[in-house]
Design a protein around this ligand. Structure first.
Ligand code: F6P
Length: 413
């Protein structure tokens, strides 16, 4: 059994003007870190304000000259920080403070708090100078905010712009004496990295520098039914069954219909025969990833589940009890799989063109869990039947899932 190592705990504080994409970034990053196995949670100050004071604060509430309101805002940010620190005192490993934190004074208060509780502090600043991007973000996320329910769109935009101006009047960008931080300018056109040392900060840098906000879907499918699927044997490197070869043709027809003949579709497979054979009728040279190979069942490779249960009952039971952390003797756990498909995921986040991934049950569960933000315990139980294409389309703060069944339908093994 392997569990995440005990280690340092992190507070990640967002920095930036309203409507720069802080909440999008915080949620994506939190989803990614939780997927890697670190208990992570976002503490959003805007939501807290709406819960405590009710929605619909006008821009005057955000005016720094408005003393009472400034004090209320300071207290709300501090309360969210209290919750974040409480989470870190418990099981939490990484907490994100999703607030503007645009003044040095606010950030110094966070730093003092982290020092007192011996927590690592990282700032992530989002800077956007492109008016078109800001406008798009405003229209997409702020107009539907409960703050402007029932308010005419143009009046809402005017008020929100005035709110931004209040923050701009006191905004101090991060400086060199503020420790570990990362600044993303214009959606990654430039990224400044300052004193981000260590494994977790390194994962954060890698993720955020490759994160795109484009909404293009990804397509995932298992290989066609294989000879070993028919026999109920796990692992191996068998060829496709006759029905598996039929699926490969159905998939090629579906892709042609869906993307057209001159598409810029990229196809990624594992290095195993069954995924390469499934890709063959597509007529597109696939990229082969070792990291997409099926979970390594170690000493159980080639056995059926019944054989494992009969000859290694304790192993079978241990896997049934905790399928995510269970590691096959001399093989892998789901947690190991997540860590190795991490590099595929970072590439998927970076790509702007459509990608079809042809891989295996456990590996696709691991990838899908990231997009659907599933807790680790649910990941190994996600339905991932043969002969289906799963389309995952990112939305503002989540992901839509669509499954298409293609012929011939076969039993799930
Ligand atoms: O049976 C097909 C298969 O891809 C095996 O090679 C692999 O060990 C298994 O599925 C993963 O699914 P589970 O984690 O549910 O055993």
């Amino acid at each position: 059994m392997s569990r995440p190592r005990r280690g340092r705990k992190y507070l990640i504080a967002l920095v930036g003007l309203p409507a720069r994409g802080k909440t999008f970034t915080a949620r994506k990053l939190a989803g990614y870190l939780a997927w890697l196995g670190y208990p992570t949670r976002v503490f959003n100050v805007g939501e807290r304000r709406r819960t405590v004071l009710g929605p619909g604060q006008h821009h005057e509430f955000f005016d720094p000259a408005n003393r009472d309101a400034s004090e209320q805002r300071r207290r709300l940010a501090e309360d969210a920080l209290d919750d974040a620190m409480r989470f870190l005192r418990g099981d939490g490993r990484i907490a994100l403070h999703d607030a503007t934190n645009t003044t040095r004074e606010r950030r110094d208060a966070i730093r003092a708090r982290c020092a007192a509780e011996d927590r690592e502090l990282l700032f992530v600043e989002i800077v956007n100078q492109d008016p078109a991007v800001i406008e798009a973000n405003l229209r997409e996320t702020k107009l539907s905010s409960p703050d402007y329910a029932g308010v005419d769109a143009e009046a809402a935009l005017r008020d929100f712009r005035a709110r931004i101006a209040h923050y701009e009047s006191v905004y101090e960008t991060l400086s060199e004496d503020e420790g570990a931080w990362l600044r993303i300018v214009d959606r990654g056109r430039r990224v400044d990295i300052h004193e981000m040392y260590g494994w977790i900060p390194g994962r954060i840098v890698s993720f955020l520098t490759n994160l795109q906000v484009t909404r293009r879907p990804v397509w995932l499918t298992r290989h066609g039914e294989s000879a070993w699927n028919v026999l109920g044997r796990i692992g191996g490197d068998s060829e496709l069954s006759p029905r598996g070869r039929e699926y490969a043709k159905s998939l090629a027809a579906y892709v042609r219909e869906r993307f057209g003949p001159s598409s810029d579709l990229d196809v990624w497979t594992s290095t195993l025969r069954r995924t390469r054979e499934t890709a063959a009728p597509l007529g597109i040279e696939p990229g082969q990833w070792k990291a997409l190979d099926e979970i390594d069942a170690g000493v159980c490779d080639g056995m059926t589940y019944t054989e494992i249960e009969r000859s290694m009952p304790a192993e079978f039971e241990a896997r049934r009890r905790d399928k995510f952390h269970y590691r096959y003797p001399r093989g892998e756990s789901y947690q190991d799989v997540v860590q190795r498909v991490d590099r595929v995921l970072i590439e998927l986040e970076r790509y702007r063109t459509p990608v079809l991934v042809i891989a295996h049950r456990a590996v696709l569960r691991a990838l899908t869990a990231y997009f659907l933000q599933l807790p680790p315990a649910e990941t190994p139980h996600l339905p991932m039947p043969l002969h289906h294409v799963l389309q995952l389309t990112p939305t503002a703060y989540g992901c839509e899932e669509e499954r298409v069944a293609l012929a011939p339908q076969v039993a799930d093994h």
